[in-house]
Design a protein around this ligand. Structure first.
Ligand SMILES: Nc1nc2c(ncn2[C@@H]2O[C@H](COP(=O)(O)OP(=O)(O)OP(=O)(O)O)[C@@H](O)[C@H]2O)c(=O)[nH]1
Length: 224
């Protein structure tokens, strides 16, 4: 049995993509994705579901400051390395979070479908994002806790309407059941990959269409 060679990878943002003898497919240097939204909407839970495929129920412990998880997503035979930052939703950590917006390639903005205030605050979050982040940052709006249909406070079409107003893609997710969690991150990875390696003659990747064709609408309450 051949001994596996130890490899080290370096990132160089000036090189959008490269192929090395260690890789079987193309690689894109780390892309920073940040999870933002009010405290308790499920940012940490969403990341744990995506990273480990599990949901840890029980008492809620608010994130203090900021932390990250590295995750490689393979899209179209290309490895997109996402460095996913989980921020604290609490107001008192806001200045810490702002400092990270500038370097973000993508922002996943969450509200909780059972919390009207978390939905109402989305406009304030978007104002902050537009103030601190790069103008071409990929933004996605997620209505989390879609499994809690009996406590739903925000209809799906309200989320859709808000997303349309800001021209951002939208879907409802559940960090508990996993509904649309992988899709949210894969769509972001695909968009970032296309931006990095897209040839001008190729058609642009349509993130809205990609999501619309794949998102699960289950776990939501058709009555609304
Ligand atoms: N039913 C259900 N509960 C969820 C879901 N996502 C998160 N929760 C619960 O909601 C609470 C808050 O979740 P967190 O992931 O800690 O929220 P957060 O947005 O990271 O909060 P901060 O760290 O304070 O910003 C926890 O009790 C979770 O178990 C979900 O999709 N469905």
């Amino acid at each position: 049995k051949k001994k596996k060679k130890k490899t080290t990878t370096t990132t160089n943002d000036k090189q959008p993509h490269r192929r090395t003898h260690m890789d079987r497919c193309w690689q894109i240097p780390y892309k920073q994705t940040i999870l933002v939204g009010d405290s308790g909407v499920g940012k940490t839970s969403l990341l744990v579901q995506f990273d480990q495929g599990k949901f840890i129920p029980g008492s809620f412990s608010a994130t203090v400051g900021i932390g990250f998880t590295n995750k490689v997503v393979t899209v179209d035979n290309t490895k997109v390395k996402l460095q996913i930052w989980d921020t604290a939703g609490q107001e008192r950590f806001r200045s810490v979070t702002h400092a990270y917006y500038r370097d973000a390639h993508a922002l996943l903005l969450l509200y909780d479908i059972t919390s009207k205030s978390s939905f109402d605050n989305i406009r304030a979050w978007l104002t902050e994002i537009h103030e601190y982040a790069q103008s071409d940052v990929v933004i996605m709006l997620l209505g989390n806790k879609a499994d809690m249909s009996s406590e739903r406070a925000i209809r799906r079409d309200e989320g859709e309407r808000l997303a349309r107003e800001y021209s951002v893609p939208f879907m409802e997710t559940s960090a508990k059941t996993g509904v649309n969690v992988e899709l949210a991150f894969t769509a972001v990875a695909k968009e970032l990959k296309h931006r990095a390696v897209q040839h001008p003659s190729q058609p642009k990747f349509q993130i809205h269409e990609y999501i619309e064709a794949r998102k699960e609408k289950s776990g939501c309450c058709s009555y609304f």
